[in-house]
Design a protein around this ligand. Sequence first.
Ligand code: CUA
Length: 356
Amino acid sequence: MNGGGSSPVREARAPVGQMLGIGAIASALGIALALLIDWFPVSASEEAHQIDTLWDVLLIVSVPVFVLVVTVVLFSALRFRMRPGEELADGPPIHGNTRLEVIWTAIPAVVLVALCTYAYVVLTNVEEAKADTMDVRVVGEQFTWTFYYKDSSGKEIVSNQLYLPKDRPIQFAVQSKDVLHDFWVPAFRMKIDAVRGITTHLRVTPNRLGTYPVVCAELCGLGHAAMRQNAHVVSKDEFEQWLSKKASGAAAPAGGGGTAAGGGAAPDGKTIFTTEANCASCHTLKDAGATGTVGPNLDEVVPALSKPEIQQSIEDPNAKITDGFSPDIMPGNFKETLGDNGVKAVVDYLKEVAGK
Ligand code: CUA
């Protein structure tokens, strides 16, 4: 019935009206749905709300574009499909439509330039240098992050866990010892690649107390998924206490064990195992409630080992590899980050509880 010779112009107008109607309704539904979805974890930085708003604006603009393209494609495929008997027929020759081409070039150009400008403004705001910034050096390696702080005397303090005071601007200097990693705290929204040979920077101001995952966002090898630690956002006082405790020997740097008599309480092996060194994310140990399967089950392997053997397995994980497991997965920096006393505490703890 449509093959007849009645006015083709009117026939062409009707589908455009229909498509616009369908497109407008589908866009409205799509935008509502996209904004209803809870895309992100809780936000814990001053920068987060700007990023979340940028995300919402991008959704609002891109959903109609998606809907428009899909509507036109589906409508055309249905309305103008080949029917039986038309196998050899050809459509009328078309030369093009200058006005239409100008419009469909100009509108996307304007939309893109506007969004790029907005994103650039957000990026500039978020990366702006702020007064009273604290520097933290972050080093990625297969497969762990290590965090370095400076104490008041300029001495470097090493930690396996990221501690940050609330409401203080932080500048991370991010480095890698081996391959590409990517330093990311989803709750802060910001992330940046860790690239061997250069230092990249990331600014963030934590503004919510709590513990948030630090993850690696660049596929970096077999242990990539285990490259997870915690960012603890704490009060200013709590942070100062933690830093001075660290400085006084709990994490004496490698080789500096001789001066580690900081006078503090002996480090607690179980605490180090479950939180500071995060052994629990990769190993199973009943006493610590740990169920990781990336590395050997410690309840099975530890009872057969002597204390020096356990110590070697922590400080130099590649020295002996349990059957069925791969080398180079466990980080080799525990001697540095836990200090001699820390490693000893973990060895004693393991010897005491493993297999029980
Ligand atoms: Cu480091 Cu993925």
